[in-house]
Design a protein around this ligand. Structure first.
Ligand SMILES: [Zn+2]
Length: 320
């Protein structure tokens, strides 16, 4: 009886040097994709076969001992069965190929089946990444912010074992986790920056067999703002001045992230001049803040009458 070598790495679509995490991720993705329950009747047999081989590959590569054995033997297996390992006979392993059975007959004890692998060692929950969209105002103020994320939770049907009534759990495809919307409170520091990562301990994926939960990483993404143009750590906004304010000097109100600020504009201000409000911009890497620039735009009053027209004419004659 010849036993066909199975490339478990290729089955999971990972490289030979893939980390345990990468292997798990690939398995989870494929297990969901090929779960027989998700396919129409005519495609079920094919999906089932694929699902089985994915499970087998994961069983072999997720167990460090089995993985070591498998890596050691390699494709040279084609030359024939490993010495001392009978290709058949004895109690069969649940649903696995002859290749798997033969390879691991002497490794893992009497009876492990698909599914039990998920109940094995206790493992810390996986780290979860989520995006946290933030207004510019909130980024400056900091404080507690409540957000909803899709977080992994232990599968409510099988309780995380991946098995249900002696079969692969249909709710989670044997993975033991599902995603659920969860509201959490994140404590934001003052002056948060775009791209900053916040770590929330124990708010990530659930641990298996009583192990601690993984961490949640929130990546801050600053939202566009209707009143400001963002340039690095600096902000720019536009303020409108009347001709006499620009010419004689005056006071203007500038919208800042912390509310309006009154500034003086000097006499003889031209349209387009940028006035700097130091330290009123976005948070900088060193904890300080960038600047806010108020670009002055000169407008004329909407109201016009005989008096204003006469004054403009006087102005023209005085200057020409
Ligand atoms: Zn389940």
């Amino acid at each position: 009886m010849s036993i066909e070598y199975k490339d478990y790495y290729a089955l999971l679509g990972v490289k030979k040097d893939a980390s345990a995490d990468e292997i798990k991720q690939a398995y989870r993705r494929l297990a969901k994709q090929h779960h027989p329950d998700l396919h129409p009747v005519k495609d079920k047999p094919q999906a089932e076969a694929k699902f089985k081989s994915i499970n087998e590959a994961y069983e072999a590569l997720s167990d460090p001992q089995k993985k070591a054995t498998y890596d050691q033997i390699g494709p040279g297996w084609e030359a024939g069965p490993r010495p001392g390992s009978p290709p058949s006979g004895g109690e069969p392993f649940a649903g696995f190929s002859d290749f798997f059975e033969t390879m691991f007959r002497n490794e893992g004890g009497q009876s492990f089946g698909r599914g039990q692998a998920f109940q094995g060692a206790s493992r810390k929950g996986q780290a979860v990444e989520a995006e946290l969209p933030l207004s510019l105002e909130d980024s400056i103020q900091g404080g507690d912010k409540r957000i909803s994320i899709l977080a992994p939770v232990l599968c409510p049907v099988c309780g995380g074992s991946g098995r249900q009534g002696g079969r692969t759990c249909p709710a989670c495809a044997g993975v033991g986790e599902t995603r659920q919307e969860r509201t959490i409170t994140a404590h934001l520091p003052k002056h948060s920056r775009d791209g900053m990562r916040l770590r929330l301990r124990g708010q990530g994926g659930p641990g298996s067999r009583g192990a601690e939960a993984g961490d949640l990483f929130l990546r801050i993404r600053l939202l566009p703002h209707p009143s400001y143009r963002v340039s690095g750590d600096d902000l720019e906004t536009t303020v409108t001045a009347m001709p006499w304010e620009a010419s004689l000097g005056g006071e203007l109100s500038v919208p800042s992230l912390e509310g309006p600020i009154r500034i003086r504009i000097p006499a003889g201000t031209h349209s387009g001049r940028r006035l700097r409000l130091s330290g009123k911009g976005l948070g900088k890497e060193d904890g300080s803040r960038g600047d806010l620039y108020a670009a002055v735009r000169i407008d004329i009053p909407d109201k016009s009458n005989g008096t204003t027209a006469r004054l403009y004419q006087e102005l023209r004659e005085a200057i020409l």
